[in-house]
Design a protein around this ligand. Sequence first.
Ligand SMILES: [Zn+2]
Length: 196
Amino acid sequence: MLGWMYYAVTRPVLERVNHRDVEVLADLDDCCRRKHIKSAQYDHFAAIAEEEAHLSAARLFRAMAHSERVQEAQCALIITKLGGRYQPPGRMLLFRGTTAGNIQRSIHYEARSADSTHRARIARNLHAGNRLAARMLIWASAADLRHRWFLEHLNGFSNEGGFFVCPECGNLYTTSHCDRFCPHCLTDARRFIFVR
Ligand SMILES: [Zn+2]
């Protein structure tokens, strides 16, 4: 199986929170932790790809790691706004392997974002009128899907220039195909972060 093991030595801290908000914060906390783990794992995979001189994979893993960090930070901010407090996982065991295997492993992991749990969480927050939380979860799910697409098509496209990451929502672009404004959060492309 995947082997992305981690141990959380802390659990979400919920302060001054109404009972009905606890479920929302738990959804966001889970999202945050998942993003934290993926950012660390993708940085690690990028370093392995560099060792193997697989430069396109290294570039993509680095960009995805940055995208995950942006999303973790945004998600943590929303948790704080809603009265909770986010603490990242205290200890992680990162998977090592070859780049070919790591690409397949990552595709498999990203595909789990499309499962019914994530869809149900988004739908529940939308239905309850928690638009801030729902939007964050939708951004997270959209990024997962985008990352999966890039991984699946890594050998099929040439991207010598690197990637752009939206600093507000973590949306990811190749430098050769980039919107003028982020369609998720309306950020001007001139603010996008370049990741080589
Ligand atoms: Zn954006």
